[in-house]
Design a binder for this molecule. Structure first.
Ligand code: MRU
Length: 378
């Protein structure tokens, strides 16, 4: 089935369970905001500190590019779309320090800050996509004064934040019909509201289905080593009133083998031109098990997560993170001193294991270069 044969379902019953439609900018009710700009052009970026969830809801205030870089690197803000929007605001903050410089010096500064921010994490392509878009907004500004370039950049960052919420909501509306009535869905890592400005990608399907009265349960892989599934996915689904159960990553195959799950849906950090998809480490194992037991395996991602410059998954850069995260990420060392730990943050699932890719522009199914090109062109 091609993209054209399988459009998003119309939002025919969107109002059935709502007197007023949800404000897409805010996402599912009951959650703190992942990313928020506070104030005007002298304002700052406020990030929900996800390293502290679910124990504490605290925020980090970023007033320069360095603190944004650190927040991305340390996973205070994480998830491909959220990293992109945080990077956009980070570039504005870094450029703002050159507000009194002449245009050429300002543009040089902007390029250097963009390269710096881009070095924070390598796999999620949304970051370089967002930084490129910010630089283009400044360069294309008709008024060439430095102050005007800065104003254009802040407006672009705000536009990207708003768009991310709208796009994620749309992904949920495109894919919600896949959520089985009275069935179960398995997800890995966190591709939810916390990974985006609002709604999430994989979890957006669940929020929309829940809003429309569908009854289902979710199994959330804990997602070693940093436990995004246990700490973040369970936190946000539970806050929204969705039935969620956490399992150890190594329990997922037997759950699939038992026929206890009718759908797997995950997010993505970068999708190559042929559909090979990088996502949180462990996704590949889930996809292999889903294929073995005949359970549909979907990826949900915005169009900004595709990277057509990358021919296939072999060329996707995979972030290697510190050994300590495996050795004893949450305070207790469990590996004998002197033993080496292997800690890739992502793996690549080949397109042949992916049933479909749910985007804001339709579902790519089957996952082929042609169908990807069609959905990106539309
Ligand atoms: O290391 P993280 O927490 O940034 O990894 C996040 C993921 O792998 C998500 O699944 C992906 O970014 C999609 S988020 C909508």
């Amino acid at each position: 089935m091609t993209v054209g044969d399988m459009p998003c379902r119309p939002t025919r019953d969107a109002r059935k369970h709502h007197d007023t439609p949800p404000d897409v900018a805010y996402g599912p009710p009951g959650l703190p905001r992942t990313i928020e700009w506070v104030g005007g052009d002298d304002g700052f970026l406020r990030l929900l500190d996800q390293t502290r969830l679910p124990r504490e809801v605290v925020f980090r205030e970023c007033r320069d590019a360095q603190t944004v870089w650190k927040a991305i690197r340390e996973l205070c803000v994480r998830g491909a779309p959220a990293i992109g929007v945080a990077g956009a605001y980070g570039l504005y903050l870094g450029a703002r320090a050159g507000r009194d410089e002449p245009r050429d010096a300002f543009l040089t500064r902007m390029r250097e800050v963009a390269e710096f921010l881009d070095s924070s994490r390598p796999t999620a392509v949304n970051l370089s996509w967002a930084l490129r878009r910010m630089r283009a907004a400044a360069q294309q500004s008709p008024d060439t004064s430095t102050r005007s370039l800065l104003a254009a950049m802040l407006a672009e960052a705000h536009a990207m934040a708003r768009e991310d919420a709208v796009v994620c909501r749309r992904i949920g509306e495109c894919g919600e019909h896949l959520i089985p009535e009275a069935g179960a869905v398995l997800t890995h890592c966190n591709a939810g509201a916390l990974a985006t400005v609002a709604w999430g990608t994989a979890l957006s399907l669940m929020y929309v289905a829940h809003e429309r009265g569908r009854r289902f349960r979710v199994f959330a892989d804990e997602t070693r080593p940093l436990l995004q599934g246990a700490r973040l996915t369970a936190f946000e689904l539970h806050a929204a009133g969705i039935d969620v159960t956490v399992l150890c990553d190594n329990a997922a195959p037997s759950l699939l083998a038992a026929g206890a799950v009718q759908l797997v849906v995950v997010g993505a950090d970068r999708i190559a031109a042929n559909g090979d998809t990088a996502n949180k480490i462990g996704t590949l194992g889930v996809a292999i098990a889903a294929a073995r037991y005949g359970v549909p395996f979907y990826v949900a991602a915005p169009r900004s997560t595709f990277d057509l410059a990358v021919n296939d998954g072999h060329a996707i850069p995979i972030e290697q993170r510190p050994e300590q995260e495996v050795r004893g990420g949450f305070g207790l060392d469990v590996v004998a001193p002197g033993v080496t730990c292997h800690n890739p943050a992502f793996d690549v699932t080949p397109a042949e294991l992916i049933t479909g890719i749910i985007t804001e522009g339709g579902i790519v199914q089957p996952v082929t270069r042609e169908n990807i090109a069609a959905v990106l062109g539309g």
